[in-house]
Write a new protein. Structure first.
Length: 311
């Protein structure tokens, strides 16, 4: 009798592209996964992989076994889809992955709008999961989450961008005596001089490695802007808070700070279209794009973004 777990490990390894990637996805050590694959090879008495350069590729026998595994596990997915389509909305659970480069408060606005479409008895359950883009995209590929909100476009053919929003980015500052009377200006150099006087600009920044940080660095370089970084964080909300608390000034997507702009705890400086546009995507697996609840969630993403961008 075949061991179901061994077959699933093999299937996951092939889909992931490497033992290393599969081990991370399965949350087991690489040696342990390699050992399990060796057990499967010994049981079948065939070689599943062959070494080609630095990569492992399927042997003809391995490709045959993978074909059967794919039928098994994709049939399981089809059964889940068929059952899901008949389950009342209130019994459904939607897993939303949020890249740690995206402000959670922004995603909560989308979720609130989505849930408001359903009365208390029909509302589906929502689980929000944060993590790196790479990890969440891997989970989306295996349909362990339903959608992903991220600043990076999907490149895997099994994943699809459902929505894309281009968010204006402007300079954000807390109100103080140095705040220029003219609230919006495209002259970034003049604005910085008004804000900082003769002192060194105190910057608040997202963590190195973030796509948005790379965009900021490029803008600073292009405009010969300098200063001192006084606060870095991989939590986008903490950047907004640090600006409100007058720790420093920051470039932020306007879609992340609508309430702060409305209550005037911060001010935005820059052209109406922003100094540049920061992209945010809502993605799903290609097999989920026609799911009614996923389409409804995508519509909520669009509804929430539209008025925030037009501010």
């Amino acid at each position: 009798m075949y061991n179901y777990n061994h077959l699933f490990y093999f299937y996951t390894t092939v889909k992931s592209g490497s033992v290393t990637s599969a081990a991370k996805h399965l949350l087991i050590s690489q040696p342990s996964l390699s050992g399990q694959l060796k057990v499967l090879e010994d049981f079948l008495q065939i070689k599943l992989f062959k070494k080609v350069g630095r990569k492992n590729e399927l042997t003809p026998e391995g490709a045959l076994i993978f074909g059967f595994c794919r039928q098994m596990f994709e049939l399981s997915e089809e059964m889940h889809e068929s059952i899901t389509e008949r389950i009342p909305y209130a019994s459904r659970r939607i897993y939303i992955g949020v890249s740690n480069e995206v402000a959670n408060s922004f995603v909560v606005e989308i979720i609130s709008h989505f849930l408001s479409k359903y009365n208390d008895k029909l509302r589906p359950k929502i689980t929000m999961i944060s993590g790196s883009h790479q990890k969440l995209a891997e989970q989306l590929k295996f349909r362990e989450i339903d959608v992903l909100v991220t600043p990076l476009s999907m490149t895997n053919p099994n994943l699809q961008n459902l929505q894309r929003v281009e968010v204006p980015v402007n300079l954000i500052c807390a109100f103080n005596k140095k705040t220029p009377k003219k609230k919006r200006t495209s002259n970034i150099i003049a604005t910085l001089k008004d804000l900082t006087g003769d002192s060194v600009t105190q910057w608040v920044m997202p963590s190195p490695g973030f796509k948005f940080r790379a965009e900021i660095n490029q803008f600073l370089e292009d405009n010969s802007l300098k200063g001192r970084i006084v606060f870095e964080s991989d939590v986008m909300e903490s950047l907004t808070r640090s600006v409100v608390d007058k720790i420093g000034i920051a470039f932020l997507p306007l879609i992340y700070v609508p309430k702060e702009l409305e209550n005037k705890s911060i001010h935005s400086f820059g052209p109406k279209k922003g100094f540049w546009k920061h992209r945010i995507y809502l993605a799903s697996h290609v097999k989920s794009k026609d799911d009614y609840l996923i389409k409804s969630l995508a519509a909520s993403f669009k509804d929430v973004c539209a008025p925030l961008i037009s501010r």
